[in-house]
Design a protein around this ligand. Structure first.
Ligand SMILES: C[S@@+](CC[C@H](N)C(=O)[O-])C[C@H]1O[C@@H](n2cnc3c(N)ncnc32)[C@H](O)[C@@H]1O
Length: 225
């Protein structure tokens, strides 16, 4: 073995070069798989959207991983389409994130609540001024009446008991609920998989929408007056 001190920096450099090369090979394989599955245009769009969200997450300090772009997760389009079919006047979303659903909803009044101040600042920058972004969670909702109350892609972090406790007081103030239910066999490791049994007799299921690759359904309920 050559242990000459002069050779060491070179061997470290060589090992580093090999590591970088391996990373590049892995990345280019992933990219080729993505292009095969999604096509060039969509892959480029996703890469662009992700870099915008990544930059915003650094500026406004929120976790980028929680905010994948709609080009990558088009469920928001399906959710907004279902809501728009109700021709709503007032739509409120709790856990609205960057406002990707609300920005696709057509309603005179759109209100989004979120607990992350950084996300709210980024959402205000990205979206129309006509969307009212507010700080807080379910217990902060003070709208006297809503056509649709949306809670999507975060309630899997809330226990059924807590969700029931927070949601039931709002039922007299909303006509519909849009909720997501993680599939029982979804292996991703979500903390809670709701069946919304606590809504029995209080709200009736109107529709359940599936989107490829989501492993969950998007459920629309009508509150029983
Ligand atoms: C994955 S993002 C989803 C955003 C949006 N619902 C969507 O589907 O595009 C989840 C958002 O819920 C927010 N959130 C998490 N727990 C919350 C809570 N208890 N109350 C309100 N917002 C919450 C997070 O800050 C984050 O912005």
């Amino acid at each position: 073995m050559n242990t000459h001190p002069k050779c060491e920096p070179q061997s470290i450099r060589h090992r580093l070069d090999v590591k970088i090369l391996n990373v590049l090979v892995r990345k280019s394989k992933t990219l080729r798989t993505e292009i095969r599955a999604k096509g060039r245009r969509r892959t480029a769009r996703i890469a662009f959207d992700r870099s915008v969200i990544f930059a915003l997450s650094k500026i406004y300090r929120f976790p980028a991983a929680w905010h994948t772009p709609t080009s990558m997760r088009p469920y928001r389009i399906a959710v907004a389409t279902t809501i728009n079919a109700l021709d709503p006047k007032v739509v409120c979303e709790v856990g609205c994130g960057l406002g990707s659903i609300l920005s696709r909803v057509h309603a005179q009044k759109r209100v989004g609540y979120d607990v992350s101040p950084g996300v709210l600042r980024a959402a205000r920058l990205l979206r129309s001024r006509s969307i009212d972004f507010r700080s807080g969670s379910i217990d902060a909702v003070d709208l006297p009446s809503m056509d649709v109350l949306v809670l999507v892609n975060w309630i899997h972090e809330v226990s059924p008991e807590d969700l029931e406790r927070m949601l039931l007081p709002l039922l007299p103030r909303t006509r519909h609920l849009m909720l997501d239910a993680i599939d029982a066999d979804n292996a991703f490791g979500y903390q809670f998989k709701h069946d919304f049994a606590f809504l029995d007799g209080k709200a009736r299921p109107l529709s359940s929408t599936r989107v490829d690759g989501e492993g969950r359904s998007f459920r629309l309920y009508e509150v029983i007056a």
